[in-house]
Design a protein around this ligand. Structure first.
Ligand code: ADP
Ligand code: MG
Length: 213
């Protein structure tokens, strides 16, 4: 909450540079150490209530299964101009998307195998899978877009609440920066076009994932 704008779960004056407007969110730097994400795009415009239900569900599932691999994030649901909406405030990370050749490093490979294994378990129980590539990554893989939602970042040392960024040659770790999940089996009520697209996306993701094994 903030005093200037009661009811808003964030402080507008802390919003800085825009980082991305490619997928389902507009992402800005928020203060010095965080980012803030606002929903955007046709899925949200078409049915905001569904989008909110979707993101709430995704947060619950991903926090349960991937707690060691997620960037600390908070989902805030609130009302703006009488309309229910949400924002995500997340720790800002310095890193880049995962590429197949990064898995030559044994340590990253074993982390990635763990992610795939958890993803398999999550799918067995919930029928959801991670969105490894993001929508544009699915279309443009090969044009340097790679695995947009899984990033390699410097491992950090946390001591007595002080976060110290690790020096140059320290360990790297994989983190999920985008909590989007996808399921072709949990979409009974969606439109034909959306179901067709999700089916395509799930198959394309399966094919692309083979490049990482
Ligand atoms: N925690 C973060 N730290 C730094 N940059 C981020 C972070 N989260 C997102 N970004 C930037 O914003 C882009 C889109 O973020 P993402 O959460 O994947 O949104 P979308 O739902 O639109 O795919 C990322 O590719 C990255 O460039
Ligand atoms: Mg994304």
């Amino acid at each position: 909450m903030n005093e200037l704008n009661p009811g808003l779960p964030y402080q507008p004056q802390k919003i800085k540079k825009r980082l991305s407007v490619s997928g389902e969110h507009i992402v800005y730097e928020y203060g010095d150490s965080q980012v803030i994400k606002f929903p955007f795009g046709p899925i949200y415009k078409y049915n905001a209530d569904d989008a909110i239900r979707k993101i709430k569900n995704e947060f619950q599932i991903i926090e349960k299964y991937f707690k060691d691999f997620i960037v600390p994030s908070h989902l805030h649901i609130f009302k703006k101009n009488q309309k229910k909406t949400y924002c995500i405030i997340q720790k800002k990370v310095a890193g880049r998307p995962l590429k197949p050749k990064d898995l030559a490093q044994g340590q990253l490979k074993s982390q990635f195998k763990k992610i795939l294994e958890i993803n398999r378990l999550m799918f067995e129980t919930t029928k959801y899978t991670l969105e490894f590539f993001g929508v544009s990554g699915l279309f443009f893989h090969g044009l340097n877009r790679w695995m947009e939602n899984i990033w390699i970042i410097d491992k950090e040392i946390n001591s007595k609440n002080i976060t110290i960024s690790a020096p140059e040659n320290t360990e790297k770790e994989l983190k999920i920066i985008d909590f989007g999940l996808v399921s072709e089996l949990n979409m009974v009520s969606s439109s034909f076009i959306l179901r067709w697209f999700v089916k395509w996306a799930v198959n394309r993701q399966k094919k692309l994932l083979k490049l990482y094994q």
